[in-house]
Design a protein around this ligand. Sequence first.
Ligand SMILES: Nc1ncnc2c1ncn2[C@@H]1O[C@H](COP(=O)(O)OP(=O)(O)O)[C@@H](O)[C@H]1O
Ligand SMILES: [Mg+2]
Length: 417
Amino acid sequence: MYKISLNGLDGSGKTTQYKLLKDRFPYGYFSNDIGYYNIFPNLRGDDFFKWWFLDSKLEEFCDTIYRGIKYRDDEAIKKEKQLIINDKGVFTFDCRILANFLMRGYNNLDIYNQINMSKKKYGINSENLSLFLNIDDTTKLNERLRQRNDSKINSYDDYYHNYQIVLNDVTKKMIKKSNIQIINAVDDINNVFNKIIDSIINKNQKFIFISGVSESGKSTASEYLTHLLPNSVHVKMRDILNEMYLSSGSNLEKHLWMKEQEKNDSYRFWYDFILLTSSSHYDNEFIVLDTLYGIDAIKSIYRILKNNVNLIYIEASYHNRVYREYMKLKENRSITIDEVADMVEKKDRNKQKFGLLNLKKLSIYNNELVIDDNSSYTPFTYIVNNDGNVGDFKNQLSEISDDIKSKEVKVKCIKRT
Ligand SMILES: Nc1ncnc2c1ncn2[C@@H]1O[C@H](COP(=O)(O)OP(=O)(O)O)[C@@H](O)[C@H]1O
Ligand SMILES: [Mg+2]
């Protein structure tokens, strides 16, 4: 499960972006506002304002907010979706509580302590990724708020105005102490959206795709690599694609749907694939996936993941592939070697349609993958030959796994100072 939150001051564009993300990721769960869970006292207008800013007790207020977050979290878990998006993350609430009670003359440490106690009580942790929509210029914020046209006019306008100033100050200090990722939100709505999309992909995960001709040993390779790489998981591409297909609600047959998706926008299609895979295995460092056939697929995936993707191509002679598959199948049913040969050839032809053979020739050129017939650039694909014995096969995989591990560049979240 991968939980993301949008944070920022009022008017920074959280809800605007939340709605865009909701359209973009039909397979995600988009949580409710905590107010949805009937946690607040039943007051209206000025009375609610008074409770929020003046009358509530620190413990009562913290308890209310984090209980609401707990209900929101619980419901998200119940939905059993892998990707969860919150409009207003834990960070936003922490800042609001701090500013609220600083305004009332409480001291910083007492507020912190209460915040931490209530969070502990309800088991509240920050989301896996907290994004902060940053607007440096507060006059811009006020402009947007006026534009939104819901600034309720009440007798506490001045108080609210001062609160915004304190909140702004508190938020700046809190940003320095946290791992929150800043998005510059003084930009066109679509540009902000694209920046969010770019920052969502987990930069701490490595994806290793397995490809190769039929019966060359891809599954064995996947299993063995998962055994070699620490904190890794083996994922069948077919399973993730099925999930995407089902959540699309498309009337087309699956292979036609996929063809259409890839044709429309290959980058977007594979971005969703990567995001969903990553969300489903968020705690794994290495994800081994089989089977990849398409040249366009890996080109798009490379644009999305850059150094965090590798491709391993397994090859073996036609003779060996047919013979091994025959030995395996005949254990359980009566089949002739000619029948197996036909099956292997048919599968080979199918995969070649997607450009399978060109996968071996990929190189990195100008930050893109290209088919490099003359081996002029940095080769991208690891090629493994599986015509020898199992030990030989495993040795090659072990060398590749060492190479992938050694090239690992951890882009951990940088603490801002
Ligand atoms: N990038 C942007 N540029 C200009 N106006 C924006 C931008 N993002 C949001 N807005 C507008 O600003 C107002 C506040 O946005 P909203 O998403 O409601 O903020 P929040 O949920 O953070 O309080 C809305 O009227 C919205 O249409
Ligand atoms: Mg909002």
